[in-house]
Design a protein around this ligand. Structure first.
Ligand SMILES: Cc1ncc(COP(=O)(O)O)c(C=O)c1O
Ligand SMILES: Nc1ccccc1C(=O)C[C@H](N)C(=O)O
Length: 404
């Protein structure tokens, strides 16, 4: 007998599912944490953009609305998902490029004021691009990386961070939700520890934006980055966001000083002078077309409310854990059991999960696989039903049996 049906019947957000493309099919989608489904309204919105905004307004569109879109949409994202007051968030570039710009800006500023601060603290299980960018900047600026060793099923604890930071720390780079295990960091506490040591902190919010409530201003975070193609459903390669706390903006010099971050881009003058506020962190022409789809999702997130989305996310991941416990005895949970310490996905470990994932994809059950042995079940709260979780985990049990 289905245990999902009563959960779907009682779910106050269940009706949002029909507002996504493909939700009516039998496909089980467990990868909204890599690429969210399109919102149904997006097709019409893209068509209208091509016809009316781009096709109708042509170059006038820049003056009329596109120049301001990166910061206007950034403010919307800040209000709806990030706990960020206006003027601190902008959209554009990729997460990787934002990481480069903000890490460089931060370490250059700290080293200018205190040359003894020559270390960037980062954990071994941080997302590859974060580690690679930090490594490159350390080489470029003659800095050292101080690594916090983290198990692939865990995240950075307060004690570990306390031990790693000190008088030499310039910047701490952390993920709010770990991409492998979904470990949810205690962001206010870790931010406080970094600040007590005199360091700045940058939060990567890729796996939390749109799924787990974030309070950047409340945490007193310094910097943050994140992508919009996961829980913000902006589409493949949609532009990322960057956040710089207002108290720091005037002190930071970003390394890719292009004309769109200039105080007066159309002056086209001989030298660079940064714009005031968040605008100075923009480099080149903003990817306007790439910002269309995420607007549909931001409207849904605002309508549902991020706290209600988190409540459903906790219910979905708890249900997946319960089903794994009862129906998959050979599998171990690689994510925290306590939902308060878990983000929006669940990772199940078994040595055969790579083969299991390949078999599931052939059957229209789409999780993803992350080494070592992790089947990642991403549960995008507004587009995933409990029934989908139940059918998906039944398919995992079958695939595990078949691959034995
Ligand atoms: C935590 C984290 N940081 C960064 C990225 C990727 O950055 P980019 O969008 O630049 O590929 C991802 C996912 O792709 C991620 O999960
Ligand atoms: N951007 C992508 C492009 C292709 C395939 C996956 C991704 C992901 O986003 C992976 C994700 N960041 C992860 O946590 O593994």
């Amino acid at each position: 007998m289905s245990t999902a049906a009563p959960l779907d019947a009682a779910d106050p957000l269940a009706h949002f599912r029909e507002r996504f493309v493909g939700a009516e099919s039998d496909l089980v989608y467990f990868d909204g944490n890599s690429l969210g489904r399109p919102v149904a309204a997006t097709a019409g919105r893209l068509g209208a953009f091509v016809r009316d905004d781009w096709g109708g307004r042509l170059i006038r569109g820049w003056d009329e609305q596109w120049m301001e879109l990166p910061t206007r949409l950034g403010d919307d994202l800040g209000r709806i998902c990030l706990g960020a007051a206006p003027g601190q968030t902008a959209i554009g570039d990729s997460t990787t490029v934002w990481l480069y710009k903000l890490i460089r800006a931060a370490v250059d500023h700290v080293v200018r004021t205190d040359p003894a601060r020559t270390e960037i603290v980062i954990d071994t299980d941080n997302f590859p691009t974060d580690r690679y960018v930090a490594e490159g900047i350390a080489a470029e600026r003659g800095l050292t990386l101080r690594w916090i060793e983290v198990e692939t099923s865990a995240g950075v604890t307060a004690d570990q961070l306390r031990e790693a930071v000190g008088e030499r720390t310039a910047l701490v780079v952390l993920c709010h939700v770990a991409y492998r295990a979904a470990w949810l960091a205690d962001a206010p506490e870790l931010t406080r520890i970094a600040h007590d040591a005199g360091a700045l902190v940058l939060w990567d919010l890729c796996h939390s934006a749109g799924s787990v409530p974030v309070a950047l201003d409340g945490w007193d975070a310094d910097l943050a980055v994140g992508c919009t193609y996961k829980y913000l459903n902006g589409g493949p390669g949609s532009p990322a966001f960057g956040y710089v706390n207002a108290r720091l903006q005037a002190d930071l010099t970003q390394p890719i000083q292009g004309w769109m971050g200039h105080a007066d881009p159309f002056l086209m003058g001989p030298g660079y002078a940064p714009a005031k506020g968040m605008r100075r962190f923009i480099s080149g022409t903003p990817p306007i077309l790439g910002m269309v789809a995420m607007q549909s999702m931001l409207e849904l997130v605002e309508e549902a409310g991020i706290e209600a989305i988190r409540a459903k996310s906790v219910a979905l991941t708890s249900y997946a854990v319960e089903l794994a416990d009862t129906t998959l005895p050979a599998v171990t949970l690689a994510s925290p059991r306590d939902p308060a310490q878990r983000g929006g996905h669940v990772t199940l470990h078994h040595d055969r999960m790579r083969a299991v994932t390949a078999r599931l994809w052939e059957r229209d059950v789409i999780p993803d696989y992350r080494d070592p042995g992790g089947l990642r079940i991403g549960l995008s709260p507004l587009s995933t039903s409990f029934d989908e979780v139940e059918r998906g985990l039944e398919a995992v049990a079958t695939a595990l049996r078949e691959t034995s």
